[in-house]
Design a binder for this molecule. Structure first.
Ligand SMILES: Cc1cc2nc3c(=O)[nH]c(=O)nc-3n(C[C@H](O)[C@H](O)[C@H](O)COP(=O)(O)OP(=O)(O)OC[C@H]3O[C@@H](n4cnc5c(N)ncnc54)[C@H](O)[C@@H]3O)c2cc1C
Length: 560
């Protein structure tokens, strides 16, 4: 697959083949030619956290959510995180509002090819989004609801394009679902500022991505929770006390047939094809990925049922065993909002004989715990927005002096580090646009903790290759820390028969027994040389020790 790379404005993610430059803190950092590592100072990060874009948007929405006398056409603005009709809070609110007036419900998707490049969205994810939009458009069309594609060629044109569309189509109410990342919140703030002084125009953005609203799970002293275990407990209690949190909203009923004529231009607007920079290497590659990850809501729901029928029962014990492919593979559907987490949980609850998620089947409890991680990471994004701006949550880690090891970087990307478990994970990613969670943990730990390469480069590489890229899950999965996995012990524990390694690293398919976990150490020189598999790029024990010492030294000197 061919891939583009990049990320956010005040923030930004990184490019391969970077050079060393001074950052805004005067520190030597890697930087790609497109400024992918750009980020605010740690001081600025704290200011952003103190007055978050989410708070700013919520204040503005108080003014833009207007009680208007007349309802004309009502718009739902789809984003890349709510591409569905079912259980879509914003779309449902728009449909209800449209019923109050004599206008129609219309919908729009703002297509920004430069955003796809800036965010480094992978070709598989870009294609998955466009295919899912295509399916959504034809399903809405059957209900006489248009889905228009509005294109902003330049990132700076987004607000103007939306406001022009609103004007051209006599819209009185705009609805959307909130995206929690800084750039997206700032885009909505801009829109809200345009709307607040306009007569006859209202704008509302709803919480839709999670069961529990991010930022609202608080500690005894009233501040938002920042630690997972108590958050998980509180989440379970809250959803038990208030089951309505899991209520679903219906898909819209649709417009009269007249809408077909009135909005012909919108019905005619076509879903764009993949931008030049997001092409697959070939048709076969694209078809293979589409087969692995079929687009659209129905495919997502089918996957929920298959997971419940076949895998959830053993999920609690098998979830860290990648060779068993034990998990739901629903992440792309959740990250693009093809299905709502509430809908998946409602089906799961029914399967669990309507018991709450911590009761009944142990697999359900374990699986829902992962969903709660997703909710928790959104809470973290909302309360510490600097985490979406190329800065670690623990700002002290921004002071780490990372290595320049381009050979190590190349080997990590290709899956030729000489560490079988790490290489297997990277090869799965490069092939399937997906990696099992245990491998994500190990490959990320290896990049920063053994190769001592800037974790942001890896974070960016994941964004550029994953079909399920999700800013909150990815940045927080990549959060640097003192925990460095031993990739051989991890393989022995999580891939005890070596099946996952043998599948993805065919050079090792005939290696017998435990030698598969560390062939260079465990085979004779002659046996190893026959394999055509590289020797380890670094010694994992020594390199982990070196990284810990570096962290200790650089963090002691950090004053963020
Ligand atoms: C370094 C790193 C990077 C990651 N990047 C992403 C990413 O870009 N996008 C992404 O969706 N997940 C990411 N994760 C989390 C996790 O690896 C994936 O969500 C999971 O592997 C997806 O497979 P699944 O749908 O079969 O998961 P299941 O085990 O079936 O879990 C169900 C759902 O729960 C959520 N979930 C599961 N594990 C986690 C987790 N550790 N953190 C947060 N949510 C979780 C996902 O939405 C997932 O679809 C990352 C983890 C790490 C360690």
């Amino acid at each position: 697959m061919k891939h583009e790379r990049s990320q956010s404005t005040e923030n930004a993610k990184q490019q391969p083949s970077p050079k060393r430059v001074k950052d805004s803190n005067g520190k030597s950092v890697h930087q790609g030619k497109d400024d992918m590592l750009k980020h605010p100072t740690t001081q600025r990060a704290k200011e952003i956290d103190a007055d978050t874009p989410m708070q700013q948007l919520e204040e503005l929405l108080e003014k833009t959510r207007k009680d208007q006398k007349t309802t004309r056409n009502v718009l739902h603005w789809f984003r890349s995180k709510d591409i569905r009709e079912d259980d879509n809070r914003g779309l449902h609110a728009a449909a209800e509002k449209a019923k109050e007036g004599s206008g129609s419900l219309i919908t729009m998707y703002l297509f920004s090819p430069k955003d796809m490049e800036w965010h480094g969205t992978s070709a598989p994810r870009s294609d998955f989004i466009l295919e899912s939009l295509r399916k959504l458009k034809s399903s809405l069309q059957e209900k006489n609801i248009p889905l228009a594609i509005v294109t902003a060629e330049e990132r700076g044109q987004k607000t103007d394009r939306v406001m022009q569309f609103v004007k051209d189509h006599d819209v009185s109410h705009v609805y959307a679902n909130i995206e929690y990342e800084v750039d997206e919140l700032r885009r909505d703030i801009k829109v809200a500022k345009h709307v607040q002084d306009q007569e006859g125009l209202s704008f509302d953005a709803l919480h839709d991505q999670t069961v529990v609203k991010p930022g609202t799970v608080v500690t005894g002293s009233g501040g938002p929770m920042k630690v997972f275990t108590p958050y998980h407990k509180a989440w379970l209690a809250e959803t038990k006390d208030d089951p309505s949190l899991l209520d679903l909203v219906p898909a819209p009923k649709g417009n009269d047939k007249d809408a077909l004529k009135q909005f012909k231009d919108l019905f005619d607007s076509e879903i764009p094809s993949l931008p030049e920079s997001k092409q697959f290497e070939g048709k076969e590659d694209q078809e293979r990925i589409r087969k692995l990850w079929p687009a659209g809501h129905d495919a997502g729901i089918k996957r929920v049922h298959e997971f419940l029928d076949r895998k959830i029962g053993t999920y609690a014990q098998d979830r860290s065993m990648p060779a068993l492919d034990p998990s739901s593979r629903l992440s792309p559907y959740f990250s693009s909002g093809i299905i709502s987490v509430r809908e998946a949980l409602a089906i799961t609850k029914k399967w669990n004989n309507n018991e709450h998620f911590d009761q009944g089947d142990a697999g359900v409890a374990a699986w829902v715990r992962e969903i709660v991680f997703r909710e928790f990471y959104r809470q973290v994004t909302v309360i510490t927005p600097h985490t979406t701006m190329n800065l670690p949550q623990n700002l002290k880690f921004d002071n780490v002096e990372w290595e320049d090891d381009e050979e190590g970087w190349e080997k990590w990307c290709k899956g030729t580090t000489g560490v079988p478990f790490v290489d297997a994970g990277m090869r799965q990613l490069n092939s399937e646009a997906y990696m099992h969670n245990r491998l994500r943990m190990n490959t990320s730990s290896y990049l920063s903790g053994n190769l001592l390469l800037d974790y942001r480069r890896g974070e960016r590489y994941f964004a550029e290759h994953l079909i399920d890229w999700d800013m909150s899950n990815n940045t927080q999965g990549w959060e640097p820390s003192y925990t460095i996995f031993n990739p051989v012990a991890q393989a022995e524990k999580c891939d005890p028969d070596g099946d996952f390694i043998r599948k993805w690293v065919p050079e090792l398919k005939d290696v017998k027994g435990k030698a598969v976990f560390s062939p260079h150490e465990r085979l004779s020189k002659a046996e190893f040389e026959k394999l055509d598999y590289p020797a380890p790029h670094v010694d994992y024990r020594e390199s982990a020790q070196r990284a810990k010492e570096r962290y200790k030294h650089d963090l002691a000197n950090a004053d963020p």
